[in-house]
Design a protein around this ligand. Structure first.
Ligand code: GLC
Ligand code: CA
Length: 524
């Protein structure tokens, strides 16, 4: 492979800005806070930060409801703070990615205020307005991802508007060329300021079927599931026209440089996901691959999904892997503290760009949220179905001082119980901590071309063992993971006979012929 870009060699770290570091004592993380912690991220060894939305927002969905795409919410700071953060990142060789939310705006965005003002407003068609169904009621059976009809009645103008998420998040009409132009202008605004790229929110949602037909019912739905799963989102997502828009966005990014990266948030089966690399013309550089979040933690399942994903990639398509994010269960809770370490080794030794979710490097698990402190609108709309995202968005713990060094005030969500010991300062001082394991994995990955750009080759999958090789030129490395909690024998392949153990998730004393319980090894 010739001359890989930083976004191919490097590792991305997701910051949920409310929860990373507060600088002014209001209990909410902010930009100055992020800047103050950059050196800790450099010490960890990541290459880029992606910051969830920081734009002016009524915070109905904690920033994913944007009221001004070209500003900074005062809770997070000022445009000067942003410029300072960007410069501080670049001074340290870190890249900064923003979160672009193009599918919908806030209902407080001036565009929507105009659009809802009257049927003949020039911006009426910037959103998706429809008459009631014959006989009244919503235009079709589409359901919001946060429960209830995806259509909201507007008394004043006598029509419904469509919202795939909250009613405070009306969907833009991307079939309208003025919307396309305005939003591409937003990308240019931030690219001109120097940002290194974007994570694009719900990219596969952006275009809907032009005729708004009913979605088919989901035969597998049960009342224990979220309402959104009642129907299959056949006509409301993943329409062919979305690819034209992804191509437009890519043209804008490429107009700056091949180092500006676009990452698409897309929850689709692998075959459909691959289309977002672009067939013919390029689309996003990295369509997020969420399979490690969703798959059962079994060697056989993982071996197959990795091989299938590798095989499905289009020519030139660069892989990527994600273990957690601000919407999905925490790795430490899914796998437990021991397997979370094995999962880190998997994430950081597969071929392709890994994304680390803040807190995973200290083994932060989901934090139980008392009913009176729940703030996630998804949980508030459909309580008790396990949909709450607050538990995976709790504050980062930096030290054992009061409120873990996160804030001088009251944290907006509770800290984890064991923050006095589970914090960055304590773990940096402990070579056996998960933070130290992440640092060692990141250092090895950076040092070895086989790990950051090499080929991936399956080696073995037997019992709880998942083994694969990474190869670059003459360099060969072997990764052997025991996904179970009992010791497992491993038959070292002949070609690897001379390799030494470089790293174990369980420290000294590793024997590649007999892995300890919950042990992962890298040989090279
Ligand atoms: C994405 C975000 C999620 C948000 C939703 C609506 O899935 O990751 O947090 O609620 O889009 O913007
Ligand atoms: Ca603050």
């Amino acid at each position: 492979m010739s001359d890989p870009q930083w976004w191919q060699r490097g590792v991305i770290y997701q910051i949920y800005p409310r929860s990373f570091q507060d600088s002014n004592g209001d209990g909410i993380g902010d930009l100055k806070g992020i800047e103050a912690r950059l050196d800790a991220l450099v010490a960890l060894g990541i290459d880029a930060i992606w910051v969830s939305p920081i734009f002016p927002s009524p915070m109905a969905d904690f920033g994913y409801d944007v009221a001004d795409y070209c500003g900074i919410d005062s809770r997070f700071g000022t445009m000067d703070d942003f410029d300072s953060l960007l410069a501080a990142c670049h001074a340290r060789g870190l890249k900064l990615l923003l979160d672009f939310v193009p599918n919908h705006t806030s209902d407080q965005h001036p565009w929507f205020a105009e659009s809802r003002a009257s049927r003949d407003n020039p911006k009426r068609d910037w959103y998706l307005w429809r008459d009631p169904a014959p006989g009244g009621g919503p235009p079709n059976n589409w359901i919001s991802d946060f429960g209830g009809s995806a259509w909201e009645w507007d008394e004043a103008t006598g029509q419904f508007y469509y919202h795939a998420f909250l009613k405070e998040q009306p969907d833009l009409n991307w079939r309208n060329p003025e919307v396309v132009e305005a939003m591409l202008g937003v990308l240019r605004f931030w690219l001109d300021r120097g940002v290194d790229g974007f994570r694009i929110d719900v990219l596969w949602h952006m275009v809907k079927h032009a005729d708004f037909p009913d979605n088919p019912p989901n035969p597998a739905w049960t009342p224990a599931m979220g309402e959104m799963f009642r129907v299959l989102q056949l006509h409301s997502t993943d329409q062919p026209e979305v690819h034209g828009i992804a191509r437009d966005m890519r043209r804008v990014a490429d107009g700056y440089s091949p180092e500006r990266v676009l990452i698409g948030e897309i929850y689709l089966p692998v075959e459909r996901l691959m289309d977002y690399y672009g067939r013919g013309a390029p689309e996003v550089h990295l369509p997020f691959n969420f399979q490690l979040i969703e798959a059962p933690w079994k060697a056989e399942t993982l071996a197959r999904l990795i091989a299938d994903y590798e095989a499905a990639l289009p020519p030139g398509g660069w892989p990527n892997w994600v273990l957690g994010n601000h919407d999905r269960p925490r790795a430490a809770s899914r796998f437990g503290p021991e397997q979370a370490r094995v999962a880190a080794m998997l994430l950081l030794t597969l071929r392709g760009t890994p994304t680390i979710y803040y807190g995973d490097e200290i083994g932060l698990a989901e934090v139980p949220i008392p009913a009176e402190r729940v703030v996630d609108p998804r949980e508030l709309n459909e309580p008790g179905k396990g949909l709450n995202r607050d538990p995976v968005r709790t504050p980062m713990a930096w030290d054992d001082g009061d409120t873990a060094g996160f804030t001088r005030g009251e944290p907006w969500l509770p800290l984890h119980d064991d923050w006095r010991t589970r914090n960055v300062a304590a773990q940096r001082g402990d070579p056996g901590s998960i933070w130290s394991l992440y640092r060692d994995l990141l250092a090895l990955r950076r040092e070895r071309a086989a790990l950051h750009v090499g080929d991936w080759l399956p080696v073995e999958c037997a019992g709880d063992i998942l083994a694969y090789a990474r190869r670059h030129g003459d360099e060969r490395m072997l990764v052997v993971l025991n996904l179970g909690d009992r010791p497992q024998p491993f038959a070292i392949p002949e070609w690897a006979g001379e390799l030494a153990v470089l790293l174990s998730t369980r420290g000294a004393g590793a024997d590649p012929a007999l892995l300890r319980a919950d042990e992962g090894l890298i040989l090279g």
